[in-house]
Design a protein around this ligand. Structure first.
Ligand SMILES: Nc1nc2c(ncn2[C@@H]2O[C@H](COP(=O)(O)OP(=O)(O)O)[C@@H](O)[C@H]2O)c(=O)[nH]1
Ligand SMILES: [Mg+2]
Length: 210
């Protein structure tokens, strides 16, 4: 689609949290129960609806690839942090805190990058994956865990997903409000920038001796 809004998104999460399966399902592929671990990164273009195109980078989760993840975080519009529902414990909380801090510090562009200021505005969605493996006994606790993380770290929101049992349509529906939020945020940032540039141009004009 020529006029679609293109957003750069990175999915990060521990190894085997379901990142690659999630991206593949969004791309319309079948669920793969024998998905092999990602070397480096996978990439896919997801048409999420509403004329929004997500350019999604699925970065390998192991510490070995930390530098690669940091590289792909540059210039992103948003990030997805993925955790499997059967790994939601204290370690998972620390993992989320650390990765969110990395995302906020590496995403910076322009002035913020020069000054080394973390970007607290980058939208981050928490995805709790593999819910088909947990739903019976811990449905409530998954939500409590995610809500507390969203609140503590000021994330955009969270969604519960299963690449195994949910349709592509359902997964896209879960992602759509996040994609829409990023678009709206980008539009307001651009118009703020445009108005700042206009103000600066006008100020300069006042001071120009012609
Ligand atoms: N039951 C179940 N298994 C899943 C789901 N998503 C991924 N898996 C399995 O978990 C393993 C790791 O998935 P993968 O997408 O490669 O994880 P990644 O390392 O985060 O990219 C694979 O064996 C997948 O088949 C899910 O929603 N439900
Ligand atoms: Mg993978």
């Amino acid at each position: 689609m020529e006029n679609s809004k293109k957003l750069k998104i990175v999915i990060v999460g521990p190894p085997a949290s379901g990142k690659t399966c999630f991206l593949e399902r969004l791309l319309g592929k079948k669920f793969n129960s024998e998905s092999i671990s990602t070397i480096g990164v996978n990439f896919g273009i997801v048409e999420v609806g509403g004329n929004i195109q997500l350019n999604v980078w699925d970065a390998a989760g192991s510490d070995h690839y930390q530098k690669i993840i940091e590289y792909y975080l540059r210039g992103i519009d948003a990030a997805i942090v993925m955790l499997a529902c059967d790994t939601l414990d204290w370690d998972a909380k620390d993992y989320i805190r650390n990765i969110v801090s990395t995302i906020r510090s590496k995403k910076n562009d322009g002035l913020k990058k020069m000054k080394g200021i973390p970007d607290f505005t980058v939208p981050i969605l928490l995805v709790c994956s593999k819910t088909d493996t947990c739903k019976d006994e811990s449905g409530g606790s998954m939500e409590t865990f995610c809500e507390s993380m969203v609140k503590e770290l000021n994330l955009h929101s969270y969604v519960l997903t299963s690449s195994k049992t949910m349709s592509r349509h359902t997964l896209l529906e879960k992602l759509y409000p996040f994609a829409k939020h990023i678009c709206i945020k980008n539009v307001s940032a651009t118009s703020a920038l445009t108005s700042k540039t206009t103000q600066l141009a006008m100020a300069n004009k006042c001071c120009t001796i012609s």
